[in-house]
Design a protein around this ligand. Structure first.
Ligand code: FES
Length: 121
């Protein structure tokens, strides 16, 4: 396994993505709320650059007493990566499609050491 340098810790803003090229493979390293996530930048739908899409929270229906619908809210602890080509959504935490777990982004380990960020490939 190789460790590919990505950037210095703190260089990717919250919600931002840094792309790194490893031979023919492009990997998106995403920083969110103090955590790094890395996925191959190819959507399993039709090959779109999924990591470059919006990062949006899960929408949650708010249901009150007696089943009364109270509107919608966002679950900031369940962020989604939204592929910019056709809108497929993947959990930021593990890269799985939000509805069909058979589809997923290829995940890579992120290593933070001595103020630098690496992906393990
Ligand atoms: S290529 Fe990603 S949603 Fe279609």
């Amino acid at each position: 396994m190789s460790e590919i340098p990505v950037c210095k810790a703190g260089e990717i803003p919250d919600g931002g993505t840094r792309l790194v090229q490893v031979g023919p493979v492009e990997i998106g390293v995403i920083f969110h709320k103090g955590q790094y996530f890395a996925y191959r930048n190819i959507c399993p739908h039709q090959g779109g650059p999924a990591c470059e899409g919006l990062k949006l929270p899960q929408i949650v229906e708010k249901i009150g007493d007696k089943g009364v619908h109270l509107g919608q809210d966002f679950d900031e602890n369940d962020m989604h990566i939204v592929c910019p080509w056709h809108g497929w959504e993947f959990h930021l935490s593990d890269g799985t499609h939000v509805i069909d777990k058979r589809h997923r982004l290829k995940k890579y380990e992120v290593i933070e050491r001595s103020g630098n960020i690496y992906v393990a490939v």
